[in-house]
Design a protein around this ligand. Structure first.
Ligand SMILES: [Fe+2]
Length: 392
């Protein structure tokens, strides 16, 4: 662990401008001004809106001459109506930029609101399929400062937002390269108060991003390098962050691993996310928790296609070389941080599989899985994950 700083901090311009380090949320006014904002709209979720950190952020902006309003009408899995209401608040308040401040829901909603403030087409016209991003009028997008308060989604450095379409209950990915916030303030001190379960669930989401990105078939050695180091940070630091939430080094390294996961998954994701999305869309299960539950089932299912990669990963993680050691590590990590073994334990029943399998097969992430996964394969995976049979 000696190569990991006790108080990680720095100024990074890859993948975007990242001001990284404890206490750096104090630089929020400067970041807003650098993007030309005079009246930012701070987008967060209703839970966070009640916490002092939001009041403090609004106050430091106000003192710096930046009157800042808060919009927090956002569901845990944000829907189009949340984005529409945010756009209305943005226009009504005469705002000129967005501070997306929070976990995945707030970051995704904030980025989608900033995208939509000056578009003529409806939100789902910009779903990440084919050439849809070309439909966006970039001049109609508001600038965004991203401030993560969890370490998992990495959405602060991502170029997309996941929004649920209430018409078909599908989670859809809204994409435009400029949705990536132009400035990120990654302040691990903002995560010190996260409870152990949320730390674990979001941290496992970061692991799933790095792991799925590493396993996906697309050629992207930059993504592979980032994903490997991201997984090493999760291995060394997630158990520490869950056990001792006040450990700023652990919080910092997990925030880095989270940003690395989202950077790596420009390469692609896979069946973990494809299986997870329908569970959250239908039953509001926590995204990271759901990924963590399905993780070992997908690894076993993909075994033949990822065997060689698992040797490289095992070597980096200091495990015995090979697939089995990585699988054992994942199972042990899940136990250590309190992840249940089956989907049944988080409210998904066998009777739901028939409805979910076609949704998972349609999910955009399915295409990145190293083994082709259609409805039949998704059905098998769901059956195993509901019943607890790894299929090994
Ligand atoms: Fe995720």
């Amino acid at each position: 662990m000696s190569r990991d700083a006790a108080d990680p901090r720095g100024n990074w311009n890859y993948p975007t401008a990242v001001r990284f380090g404890a206490g750096r949320v104090a630089e929020l006014p400067e970041a807003c001004k650098a993007l030309g904002m005079k009246r930012p709209l701070l987008v967060t979720d209703p839970g966070l809106a009640k916490l002092p950190m939001i009041g403090e952020a609004v106050e430091i902006n106000r003192k710096a001459g930046l009157p800042t309003a808060v919009f927090s009408d956002i569901r845990p899995n944000p829907v189009e109506a949340n984005v529409t209401a945010g756009v209305a608040a943005y226009r009504a308040g005469g705002h000129d930029g967005v501070v997306a401040f929070g976990g995945g829901s707030a970051l995704d909603a904030g980025k989608a609101i900033a995208l939509m403030v000056g578009q003529k087409r409806p939100l789902f016209d910009f779903e990440d399929r084919g050439d849809n991003a070309a439909r966006v009028d970039p001049a109609g997008m508001a600038p965004v400062v991203g401030v993560p308060t969890t370490s998992g989604t990495g959405s602060e450095v991502g170029r997309s937002s996941v929004i649920t379409d209430e018409r078909d209950h599908l989670k859809k990915i809204i994409f435009h390269p400029r949705m990536q916030p132009a400035i990120v303030i990654a302040d691990p001190a903002l995560t010190l108060g996260l409870p152990a379960n949320i730390t674990a669930w979001t941290g496992m989401d970061a692991l799933s991003h790095n792991l799925e990105a590493f396993c996906t078939v697309f050629y992207h050695p930059l993504g592979d390098g980032i994903a490997l180091e991201g997984m090493r940070l999760v291995k060394d630091w997630l158990p520490v962050a869950v056990k001792d939430g006040k450990n700023i080094a652990a919080r910092g390294h997990m925030m880095a691993a989270s940003a690395m996961g989202a950077t790596a998954f420009q390469k692609g994701l896979g069946a973990m996310h494809a299986l997870s999305h329908p569970c959250s869309a239908l039953f509001d299960t926590h995204h990271g928790l759901t990924n963590a539950v399905v993780m070992p089932y997908v690894l076993v299912f993909n075994r033949e296609a990822i065997e060689e990669k698992m040797i490289a990963l095992a070597r980096l993680l200091g495990l015995a070389p090979g697939f089995q050691a990585v699988l054992d590590w994942v199972l042990e990590l899940r136990r250590t941080v309190g992840i249940p073994h089956t989907l049944a334990e988080i409210g998904v029943a066998a009777k739901d599989i028939e409805r979910m399998a076609p949704m998972a097969a349609l999910d955009l992430c399915a295409g990145g899985n190293p083994v082709p996964v259609g409805v039949a394969e998704m059905t098998t995976l769901y059956r195993r994950a509901v019943s607890g049979d790894l299929g090994a």
